[in-house]
Design a protein around this ligand. Structure first.
Ligand code: TXA
Ligand code: MG
Length: 324
């Protein structure tokens, strides 16, 4: 198994940074989900990530940096970036820009664009600074499975594929970053997340939503319908559809908030004991994993309100359900 070391420990960070510089791969926490990182300038190190995740080579990686001053060496300038960076970085936003030569093709799956992000997790940024290189990192899960929000999730699924797992506890946000592309004709939302489309629009004007046909193109492969999927088939109910009608001892129920009227399920998981979308987002992937470990026949999820962070939660639930 990979060694799990606390990211709060300077000696652990130094060792993990040396590992990155020596072509190693390191799992690390961010405020969204755990990433699996390698030196973004080094094609061989990056190839190890694709191998570890069994990720198809057409799916590009996000490049993580500690500081905006590094971005000009990775991507071409865009006049809209400054406003987004000032407001949302560090934080759960990935911006797709035209790429520079310094980033090898393997990172971007041959695309002329690159996704960049400055994570909101302070210790992750400290570590990225210590790496002294841009770090290419997808979520630290096998391709297609639910993203990890704890170090234990990473260890359980990637086994010893990572050289080191830096442990920073549970991820605050719990859903992958919002991805906006500034490299299309019009700004385009490639993946909803904690930074809302409306918040982006307030700064840079209208933001298109990536169409389904666009999602099938290699330009946004992470948006493939079948993604973020549990092994247990998941059914997402329409709003107003009866959950009680699905009760069965071999079925697990995934509730948005506590309800007293739910009986007859093998198990019931509640995303948000406090009823907030924020809590639901933070708990979503861990809850899906817990249910997935129980050998149920199906998981039945009730929808969450599709507003604010609920848009991103419903996006992940729909993708999980699409894997049926
Ligand atoms: O929150 C996050 O973004 C996490 C943490 C670790 O930073 N990372 C993450 O990476 O979710 P990943 O690889 O699981 O999802 C990133 C998705 C890719 O699947 C791909 O669709 C999209 O970002 N992407 C990356 N570069 C792109 C590009 N140049 N053009 C279009 N889409 C891109
Ligand atoms: Mg992923």
């Amino acid at each position: 198994m990979s060694r799990i070391l606390p990211i709060a420990d300077p000696a652990a960070r130094a060792e993990a940074a040396a590992c990155i510089r020596g072509q190693g791969i390191v799992a690390f926490p961010t405020e969204t989900v755990y990433g699996l990182g390698a030196d973004a300038r080094n094609a061989q190190a990056v190839a190890r990530i694709f191998d570890a995740k069994k990720r198809p080579s057409f799916d590009p990686l996000i490049v993580h940096v500690a500081d905006p001053s590094l971005i000009p060496s990775i991507a071409e300038p865009d006049p809209r970036l400054a406003a987004l960076a000032k407001r949302f970085w560090p934080g759960p936003l990935t911006v797709v820009l035209k790429k520079r030569q310094s980033i090898p093709d393997i990172v971007t799956a041959g695309l002329a664009t690159v996704g960049v992000r400055i994570p909101g997790h302070a210790l992750a940024r400290t570590w990225l600074e210590e790496c002294a290189c841009p770090v290419a990192a997808p979520s630290a899960n096998p391709f297609g499975y639910v993203s990890p929000t704890t170090a234990a999730h990473v260890a359980a699924q990637l086994g010893d594929a990572a050289d080191i797992i830096l442990d920073g506890g549970s991820c605050d946000v719990g859903l992958e970053s919002t991805i906006v592309s500034l490299a299309e004709e019009k700004p385009t939302l490639l993946r909803p997340g904690a930074i809302l489309r409306e918040e982006l629009e307030a700064l840079i004007g209208p933001v298109e939503i990536a169409s389904d046909s666009m999602r099938e193109k290699p330009a946004a492969p992470g948006m493939l319908a079948k993604h973020y999927a549990t092994r247990t088939p998941l059914i997402l109910l329409d709003s107003g559809e009866s959950l009680a009608a699905r009760a069965h001892p071999r079925v697990g129920a995934l509730l948005f908030r506590p309800r007293a009227d739910i009986k007859g399920f093998g198990t019931v998981a509640v995303l948000a004991p406090d009823g907030s979308l924020r809590s639901a987002a933070a708990a979503l992937f861990a809850s899906l994993r817990q249910l997935d470990a129980l050998n149920l026949e199906t998981i039945v999820a009730e929808p969450v309100p599709e507003e604010g962070l609920g848009v991103a939660i419903m996006d992940r639930l729909r993708r999980c359900a699409a894997a049926l």
